[in-house]
Write a protein that binds this ligand. Structure first.
Ligand code: RTP
Ligand code: MG
Length: 137
């Protein structure tokens, strides 16, 4: 089943020069295609919408601050089971628990600075694609 997902390469990935490496891993999966790609500073309003489910959690403010600490790369990726697939490439939220071979497992140590966001369901993908690429259809 072909799907679209919203991927963010977070400010730590951009700062550390890992954009090419991470996009390469996504791009090299058979049949997956990049449909949009942009380096951008994410403003507070966009981040609040995106992370609305986490409002009030203890890590919320530090997550907001981190996500606004530099530009991110926003991507639309399309392909077979791509929603589940990019989450699998990323690995679990905590990079220390993420297996080597996954993006977070290979490059991360800090829960907040875990390099990549990817939509976690079809509903999330639809919601998040509208936030980041409202003109994209
Ligand atoms: P994401 O939404 O960014 O794709 O990551 P995720 O689904 O794996 O994790 P989620 O639970 O949605 O959390 C969103 C992001 O918040 C930061 N976080 N920090 N305990 C903490 O300090 C903590 N917990 C979560 C991470 O950047 C996580 O990706
Ligand atoms: Mg999440």
């Amino acid at each position: 089943m072909s799907q679209r997902t919203l991927v963010l390469l977070k400010p730590d990935a951009v700062r550390r020069g890992l954009v090419g490496e991470i996009i390469g891993r996504i791009e090299s999966k058979a049949g997956w295609t990049l449909r949009a790609l942009e380096l951008r500073d994410l403003d507070r309003a966009t981040l609040e919408q995106h992370y609305a489910e986490h409002e009030g959690r203890p890590f919320y403010e530090s997550l907001m601050e981190f996500m606004a600490s530099g530009p991110s790369v926003a991507l639309v990726v399309e392909g077979e089971r791509v929603i589940e697939g990019v989450r699998a490439l990323a690995g679990p939220t905590d990079p220390i628990a993420a297996a080597p071979g996954s993006i977070r497992g290979d490059f991360g140590t800090i829960v907040r600075e875990n390099l990549i966001h990817a939509s976690d369901s079809e509903e999330s993908a639809e919601r998040e694609l509208k936030i980041f690429f409202p003109d994209f259809s």
